[in-house]
Design a binder for this molecule. Structure first.
Ligand SMILES: [Zn+2]
Length: 303
Protein backbone atom coordinates (compact mmCIF):
# COMPACT_ATOMS: atom_id res chain seq x y z
CA UNK A 1 0.00 0.00 0.00
CA UNK A 2 1.28 3.43 -0.96
CA UNK A 3 2.05 5.66 2.00
CA UNK A 4 1.41 9.41 2.14
CA UNK A 5 2.66 12.38 4.07
CA UNK A 6 1.23 15.86 4.46
CA UNK A 7 3.74 18.53 3.49
CA UNK A 8 3.33 22.04 4.87
CA UNK A 9 5.55 24.89 3.73
CA UNK A 10 5.15 27.96 5.88
CA UNK A 11 6.30 31.22 4.36
CA UNK A 12 5.80 34.84 5.34
CA UNK A 13 3.27 35.38 2.55
CA UNK A 14 1.78 31.98 1.76
CA UNK A 15 1.39 28.63 3.43
CA UNK A 16 1.24 25.72 1.01
CA UNK A 17 -0.02 22.28 1.89
CA UNK A 18 -0.30 19.06 -0.10
CA UNK A 19 -0.62 15.34 0.18
CA UNK A 20 2.62 13.76 -1.01
CA UNK A 21 3.12 10.10 -1.80
CA UNK A 22 6.28 8.17 -0.96
CA UNK A 23 7.20 8.27 -4.64
CA UNK A 24 6.86 12.07 -4.80
CA UNK A 25 3.42 12.70 -6.33
CA UNK A 26 2.09 16.05 -5.08
CA UNK A 27 -1.70 15.91 -4.72
CA UNK A 28 -4.46 18.25 -3.55
CA UNK A 29 -2.22 21.27 -3.21
CA UNK A 30 -3.76 24.11 -1.24
CA UNK A 31 -2.54 27.62 -0.48
CA UNK A 32 -3.62 29.93 2.33
CA UNK A 33 -2.37 33.45 3.00
CA UNK A 34 -0.25 33.33 6.14
CA UNK A 35 -0.84 37.03 6.75
CA UNK A 36 -4.63 36.52 6.88
CA UNK A 37 -4.13 34.97 10.31
CA UNK A 38 -2.80 37.55 12.78
CA UNK A 39 -4.01 35.21 15.50
CA UNK A 40 -1.82 32.07 15.58
CA UNK A 41 -4.59 29.93 17.09
CA UNK A 42 -6.88 30.70 14.13
CA UNK A 43 -4.03 29.72 11.80
CA UNK A 44 -3.60 26.35 13.54
CA UNK A 45 -7.37 25.74 13.42
CA UNK A 46 -7.39 26.37 9.64
CA UNK A 47 -4.41 24.03 9.14
CA UNK A 48 -6.24 21.36 11.17
CA UNK A 49 -9.33 21.71 8.96
CA UNK A 50 -7.19 21.20 5.86
CA UNK A 51 -5.38 18.22 7.43
CA UNK A 52 -8.71 16.62 8.35
CA UNK A 53 -9.86 16.98 4.73
CA UNK A 54 -6.70 15.17 3.62
CA UNK A 55 -7.35 12.45 6.20
CA UNK A 56 -10.82 11.92 4.77
CA UNK A 57 -9.57 11.55 1.21
CA UNK A 58 -6.55 9.38 2.04
CA UNK A 59 -6.34 6.76 4.78
CA UNK A 60 -2.63 5.95 4.61
CA UNK A 61 -1.13 9.18 5.88
CA UNK A 62 1.79 8.43 8.19
CA UNK A 63 2.70 11.93 9.32
CA UNK A 64 3.12 15.65 8.75
CA UNK A 65 6.33 17.39 7.69
CA UNK A 66 6.69 21.15 8.05
CA UNK A 67 9.31 23.44 6.55
CA UNK A 68 9.36 26.91 8.09
CA UNK A 69 11.85 29.71 8.71
CA UNK A 70 13.76 29.36 11.99
CA UNK A 71 12.11 26.02 12.75
CA UNK A 72 14.01 23.76 15.12
CA UNK A 73 13.96 20.02 14.39
CA UNK A 74 14.69 19.01 17.98
CA UNK A 75 12.18 21.21 19.78
CA UNK A 76 9.50 21.40 17.08
CA UNK A 77 9.39 25.15 17.71
CA UNK A 78 9.50 28.03 15.23
CA UNK A 79 11.75 30.45 17.04
CA UNK A 80 11.32 34.17 16.49
CA UNK A 81 11.17 34.07 12.66
CA UNK A 82 11.65 37.60 11.32
CA UNK A 83 9.45 37.01 8.24
CA UNK A 84 6.44 35.62 10.11
CA UNK A 85 3.78 37.79 11.70
CA UNK A 86 3.71 35.94 15.04
CA UNK A 87 6.56 37.03 17.24
CA UNK A 88 6.30 34.47 20.04
CA UNK A 89 7.88 30.99 19.96
CA UNK A 90 5.42 28.72 18.12
CA UNK A 91 5.11 25.14 19.38
CA UNK A 92 3.79 24.12 15.99
CA UNK A 93 4.72 20.41 15.99
CA UNK A 94 3.06 19.82 19.36
CA UNK A 95 0.03 22.00 18.52
CA UNK A 96 -0.75 20.10 15.31
CA UNK A 97 0.12 16.66 16.61
CA UNK A 98 -2.25 17.00 19.55
CA UNK A 99 -5.15 18.17 17.40
CA UNK A 100 -4.94 15.84 14.41
CA UNK A 101 -3.17 12.85 15.96
CA UNK A 102 -0.44 12.54 13.31
CA UNK A 103 3.28 12.45 14.01
CA UNK A 104 4.64 15.91 13.08
CA UNK A 105 8.23 16.91 12.26
CA UNK A 106 9.50 20.43 11.54
CA UNK A 107 12.73 21.85 10.22
CA UNK A 108 13.88 25.05 8.58
CA UNK A 109 13.13 25.48 4.89
CA UNK A 110 16.69 24.90 3.64
CA UNK A 111 17.03 21.68 5.64
CA UNK A 112 13.65 20.55 4.29
CA UNK A 113 14.86 21.17 0.73
CA UNK A 114 17.99 19.14 1.57
CA UNK A 115 15.95 16.15 2.72
CA UNK A 116 13.77 16.66 -0.38
CA UNK A 117 16.86 16.36 -2.61
CA UNK A 118 17.79 13.15 -0.78
CA UNK A 119 14.37 11.50 -0.93
CA UNK A 120 13.07 12.80 -4.28
CA UNK A 121 15.89 14.57 -6.11
CA UNK A 122 19.41 14.02 -7.40
CA UNK A 123 20.87 12.89 -4.06
CA UNK A 124 18.92 9.63 -3.73
CA UNK A 125 22.04 7.48 -3.81
CA UNK A 126 24.38 9.90 -2.06
CA UNK A 127 25.34 9.71 1.60
CA UNK A 128 27.35 12.96 1.62
CA UNK A 129 26.18 16.11 -0.11
CA UNK A 130 25.52 19.80 0.45
CA UNK A 131 22.39 21.64 -0.66
CA UNK A 132 22.55 25.38 -1.24
CA UNK A 133 19.33 27.30 -1.81
CA UNK A 134 19.80 30.63 -3.52
CA UNK A 135 16.76 32.83 -3.06
CA UNK A 136 16.12 36.05 -1.18
CA UNK A 137 18.74 34.65 1.19
CA UNK A 138 21.23 31.77 1.08
CA UNK A 139 20.12 28.62 2.86
CA UNK A 140 21.98 25.34 3.14
CA UNK A 141 21.78 21.83 4.47
CA UNK A 142 24.54 19.27 5.01
CA UNK A 143 24.12 15.53 4.61
CA UNK A 144 27.06 13.74 6.25
CA UNK A 145 27.43 9.97 6.65
CA UNK A 146 23.85 9.60 5.32
CA UNK A 147 22.30 11.89 7.93
CA UNK A 148 21.22 15.51 7.83
CA UNK A 149 23.41 17.43 10.26
CA UNK A 150 21.35 19.23 12.92
CA UNK A 151 24.14 19.82 15.44
CA UNK A 152 23.89 20.49 19.16
CA UNK A 153 21.23 23.20 18.88
CA UNK A 154 19.27 21.80 15.94
CA UNK A 155 20.28 24.74 13.74
CA UNK A 156 23.45 23.47 12.02
CA UNK A 157 24.12 24.20 8.36
CA UNK A 158 24.02 27.99 8.18
CA UNK A 159 26.48 28.51 5.36
CA UNK A 160 24.70 31.78 4.51
CA UNK A 161 25.94 33.36 7.72
CA UNK A 162 29.59 32.41 7.70
CA UNK A 163 31.70 35.57 7.50
CA UNK A 164 33.15 35.91 4.05
CA UNK A 165 34.27 39.56 4.34
CA UNK A 166 35.19 40.79 7.83
CA UNK A 167 33.46 44.14 8.42
CA UNK A 168 31.75 43.81 5.05
CA UNK A 169 28.14 44.44 4.08
CA UNK A 170 25.52 44.30 6.80
CA UNK A 171 23.49 41.09 6.50
CA UNK A 172 19.77 40.68 7.23
CA UNK A 173 20.88 38.96 10.47
CA UNK A 174 22.65 42.24 11.50
CA UNK A 175 26.14 40.71 11.34
CA UNK A 176 28.65 42.13 8.89
CA UNK A 177 30.11 40.34 5.90
CA UNK A 178 27.97 37.18 5.79
CA UNK A 179 28.06 35.09 2.61
CA UNK A 180 24.31 35.70 2.20
CA UNK A 181 24.86 39.46 2.00
CA UNK A 182 26.71 38.84 -1.28
CA UNK A 183 25.49 35.50 -2.61
CA UNK A 184 21.72 35.78 -2.72
CA UNK A 185 19.26 37.43 -5.08
CA UNK A 186 19.36 40.67 -3.11
CA UNK A 187 23.16 40.48 -2.75
CA UNK A 188 23.56 40.15 -6.52
CA UNK A 189 21.32 43.17 -7.13
CA UNK A 190 23.31 45.20 -4.61
CA UNK A 191 26.63 44.26 -6.23
CA UNK A 192 25.28 45.22 -9.66
CA UNK A 193 24.08 48.58 -8.31
CA UNK A 194 27.48 49.26 -6.72
CA UNK A 195 29.28 48.53 -10.00
CA UNK A 196 26.92 50.29 -12.40
CA UNK A 197 25.76 53.16 -10.13
CA UNK A 198 22.32 52.07 -11.32
CA UNK A 199 19.33 53.82 -9.80
CA UNK A 200 16.79 51.56 -11.56
CA UNK A 201 13.96 50.78 -9.17
CA UNK A 202 12.76 47.24 -8.33
CA UNK A 203 15.68 45.48 -10.00
CA UNK A 204 15.60 41.71 -9.51
CA UNK A 205 18.23 39.00 -9.86
CA UNK A 206 16.34 37.83 -12.97
CA UNK A 207 16.84 41.31 -14.48
CA UNK A 208 20.59 41.10 -13.84
CA UNK A 209 20.63 37.68 -15.52
CA UNK A 210 18.83 39.10 -18.59
CA UNK A 211 21.31 41.97 -18.71
CA UNK A 212 24.30 39.63 -18.43
CA UNK A 213 22.95 37.45 -21.25
CA UNK A 214 22.49 40.57 -23.38
CA UNK A 215 26.16 41.45 -22.90
CA UNK A 216 25.91 44.07 -20.15
CA UNK A 217 29.42 44.26 -18.64
CA UNK A 218 28.33 45.44 -15.18
CA UNK A 219 25.91 42.52 -14.92
CA UNK A 220 28.62 40.06 -15.98
CA UNK A 221 31.02 41.54 -13.39
CA UNK A 222 28.32 41.31 -10.72
CA UNK A 223 27.97 37.57 -11.44
CA UNK A 224 31.75 37.19 -11.43
CA UNK A 225 32.00 38.76 -7.97
CA UNK A 226 29.04 36.63 -6.86
CA UNK A 227 30.75 33.36 -7.85
CA UNK A 228 34.10 34.53 -6.39
CA UNK A 229 32.50 34.78 -2.96
CA UNK A 230 30.30 31.71 -3.35
CA UNK A 231 33.35 29.66 -4.36
CA UNK A 232 35.11 30.62 -1.12
CA UNK A 233 32.09 29.56 0.93
CA UNK A 234 31.53 26.34 -1.00
CA UNK A 235 35.19 25.28 -1.09
CA UNK A 236 35.52 25.85 2.66
CA UNK A 237 32.43 23.71 3.22
CA UNK A 238 33.80 20.97 0.94
CA UNK A 239 37.00 20.83 2.97
CA UNK A 240 34.97 20.22 6.11
CA UNK A 241 32.50 17.55 4.99
CA UNK A 242 34.00 16.13 1.75
CA UNK A 243 30.69 15.79 -0.11
CA UNK A 244 30.17 13.81 -3.29
CA UNK A 245 28.07 16.66 -4.69
CA UNK A 246 26.95 20.21 -4.01
CA UNK A 247 23.45 20.96 -5.31
CA UNK A 248 22.44 24.50 -6.14
CA UNK A 249 18.74 25.23 -5.92
CA UNK A 250 16.62 28.29 -6.68
CA UNK A 251 16.06 30.78 -9.45
CA UNK A 252 19.75 31.69 -9.70
CA UNK A 253 20.66 28.04 -10.36
CA UNK A 254 18.99 28.53 -13.75
CA UNK A 255 21.67 31.09 -14.64
CA UNK A 256 23.96 28.12 -15.27
CA UNK A 257 26.52 29.84 -17.47
CA UNK A 258 26.96 32.65 -14.91
CA UNK A 259 26.62 30.65 -11.68
CA UNK A 260 27.16 26.89 -11.90
CA UNK A 261 29.84 26.74 -14.61
CA UNK A 262 32.16 29.44 -13.17
CA UNK A 263 31.56 28.07 -9.68
CA UNK A 264 32.91 24.65 -10.68
CA UNK A 265 36.16 26.15 -11.88
CA UNK A 266 36.62 28.58 -9.00
CA UNK A 267 35.82 26.01 -6.29
CA UNK A 268 38.38 23.60 -7.74
CA UNK A 269 41.07 26.24 -7.75
CA UNK A 270 40.51 26.86 -4.02
CA UNK A 271 40.60 23.23 -2.87
CA UNK A 272 43.46 21.18 -1.51
CA UNK A 273 44.96 19.03 -4.27
CA UNK A 274 43.49 15.78 -2.93
CA UNK A 275 39.98 17.29 -2.98
CA UNK A 276 40.10 18.64 -6.54
CA UNK A 277 37.76 17.29 -9.25
CA UNK A 278 36.04 15.00 -6.78
CA UNK A 279 32.95 16.94 -5.70
CA UNK A 280 30.35 17.53 -8.42
CA UNK A 281 28.57 20.87 -8.53
CA UNK A 282 25.08 20.33 -9.89
CA UNK A 283 21.81 22.09 -10.33
CA UNK A 284 19.18 20.68 -7.98
CA UNK A 285 16.81 18.27 -9.66
CA UNK A 286 13.86 19.14 -7.44
CA UNK A 287 11.05 20.75 -9.43
CA UNK A 288 11.06 24.41 -8.38
CA UNK A 289 7.30 24.78 -7.95
CA UNK A 290 6.96 21.80 -5.61
CA UNK A 291 10.37 21.74 -3.94
CA UNK A 292 9.29 23.30 -0.65
CA UNK A 293 6.31 20.96 -0.28
CA UNK A 294 8.36 17.90 -1.29
CA UNK A 295 11.07 18.89 1.15
CA UNK A 296 8.63 19.34 4.01
CA UNK A 297 6.76 16.11 3.24
CA UNK A 298 10.00 14.15 2.92
CA UNK A 299 10.81 14.68 6.63
CA UNK A 300 8.25 11.99 7.34
CA UNK A 301 9.90 9.49 5.00
CA UNK A 302 13.47 10.23 6.06
CA UNK A 303 15.14 7.26 7.76
ZN1 LIG B 1 24.03 36.94 8.26
Amino acid sequence: MKKYSIGIDIGGTNTQTALVSESGEVLEKKVIKTKDYPNYTDYIDTLCEIINQYKESQKDIIGIGIGAPNANYYSGIIENAPNLIWKEDLYIAKDLQEKVNLKTKVTNDANAATVGEKIYGGAKDLSDFIMITLGTGLGSGFYVNNKLVYGFTGSAGELGHIIIEPNGRTCGCKKKGCLEAYCSASGLVKTYQEISYSVEANLTAADIYSKAKAGNISAAIAFDKFTDKLAVGVSNAILITSPEAVFIFGGLANAEEFVIEPLKEKVNSLLLANFRNKTKILKSSLPESDAAILGAASLVFEL
